[in-house]
Design a protein around this ligand. Structure first.
Ligand code: 8ID
Ligand code: ZN
Ligand code: ZN
Length: 355
């Protein structure tokens, strides 16, 4: 180790998933030492993403490490660094994101598609993440957070913000056009409404219940369609656009399969449907005939690269997006998961690692 602050403890508090399906157990575990190309980050705050719940439940086809410390929206301070780390100093503010590290040498890394790296390390999935007081990440990949930015408020940008900002770019939607955000009241959705607005787009939010509708409107959405109340979702979404032809792009952020089977019915001809949410065992479904004769694009979008990260953070630093969040102690993580499982969270929960 090349450098470290003096007061790093040997033990720390963490939330540890010991078996598939959980629960997360709040306990003390050892603090690790960073390797040559790594930094040790004193995580102050971490956002709680639905991906952390998928990881604990073992929802997805790739297994997690076990025992597992989840978390990948960690905002904190560099307290130690390896001998090969020259571009970060002790005391720098950084973010631990989903992409903890990548090889930087494969064909995908060479083209700044690091999320596609076959050797990618994933925070809170294949390596321990930010639901602990001291977490390790590759120096090349930590997000650089300006010192004047509030670490608590910025934490959810580190996954939710980056992901929806990248998804909007992938959609090709241009200023003045319309985008439907499906799951608009959730963590990614709340950020997507605002990034879309900041990028000059009109937003139709789709989610369930009045509270999520109020959130969509307060964040700048032009229309809200309640999937639990509508009699004809496709007609309502199309009717929300001034010419009735439907949105130019759809961002699918919901943790439910149904919207993945509806989106091509209301997207505008020549429009794009972007899959981002990852409900367990779900399939996308679209009629081939319509997809062809209406020239619909269907795409997946997966977090973002290092440049997307800095751009997404810059929107936040300029005050263009604000995260609606509630903060609880790290010790209360399981309660956050319970609310998330019930779909009751509007916006994001952030955990404070000191409590
Ligand atoms: O890189 C990626 N692709 C990426 C990055 C980060 C997260 C993907 N994700 C995935 C997560 O793993 C998760 O599957 O995106 C999904 C959403 O994550 P989240 O925003 O953190 O989840 P949330 O806060 O629980 O929000 C989900 C929202 O979907 C709504 C819920 O009401 C909630 O507000 N929703 C559901 I469930 N069914 C819906 C439906 N049929 C719906 N909204 C509209 N229509
Ligand atoms: Zn995430
Ligand atoms: Zn690579």
């Amino acid at each position: 180790m090349a450098a470290a602050v003096d007061n790093i403890p040997k033990e720390q508090w963490a939330q540890v998933v010991e078996q598939k399906g959980g629960p997360a157990v709040y306990k003390q575990i050892p603090v690790q030492t960073p390797g040559p190309d790594e930094v040790l980050v004193n995580v102050k705050y971490s956002g709680v993403c639905h991906t952390d719940l998928h990881a604990m439940m073992g929802d997805w086809p790739i297994p997690t490490k076990l025992p597992l410390v989840g978390g990948h929206e960690g905002a904190g301070v560099v307290v130690a660094k390896g001998s090969a780390v020259s571009e970060l100093e002790l005391g720098d503010h950084v973010g631990i994101k989903w992409l903890n590290g990548s090889c930087l040498a494969c064909t995908f890394c060479m083209q700044a598609d690091e999320p596609l790296c076959p050797h990618a390390l994933l925070s809170g999935y294949t390596v321990d993440g930010s639901f602990q007081q001291y977490a390790i990440a590759k120096a090349a990949h930590v997000a650089r957070i300006p010192k004047e930015v509030d670490l608590e408020a910025v934490a959810p940008v580190l996954c939710a913000g980056i992901t929806v900002y990248k998804g909007l770019k992938e959609s090709g939607a241009r200023p003045g056009q319309w985008v439907a955000i499906v799951g608009a009241g959730g963590g990614l959705g709340s950020m997507a409404v605002q990034y879309a607005k900041a990028m000059g787009l009109h937003v139709i939010g789709i989610d369930g219940g009045d509270e999520k509708g109020e959130s969509v409107r307060s964040l700048g959405g032009s229309a809200y369609v309640d999937y639990t109340a509508t009699k004809d979702l496709v007609a309502d979404v199309k009717a929300a656009t001034p010419d009735g032809l439907g949105p130019h792009a759809v961002l699918l952020l919901a943790v439910s399969e149904t919207p993945f089977q509806q989106a091509t019915a209301y997207v505008r001809s020549r429009g794009a449907v972007i899959c981002i949410g990852m409900p367990a065992n779900a399939y996308f479904r679209a009629p081939v005939f319509d997809t062809v004769v209406r020239m619909i694009t269907i795409k997946g979008s997966y977090v973002g690269n290092r440049q997307d990260t800095q751009e997404a953070l810059d929107f936040f630093a300029r005050g263009l997006v604000k995260v609606p969040y509630k903060t609880v102690g790290l010790s209360k993580l399981q309660e956050v998961y319970d609310l998330m499982h019930q779909g009751k969270i509007v916006g994001r929960y952030v955990v404070d690692t000191s409590k």
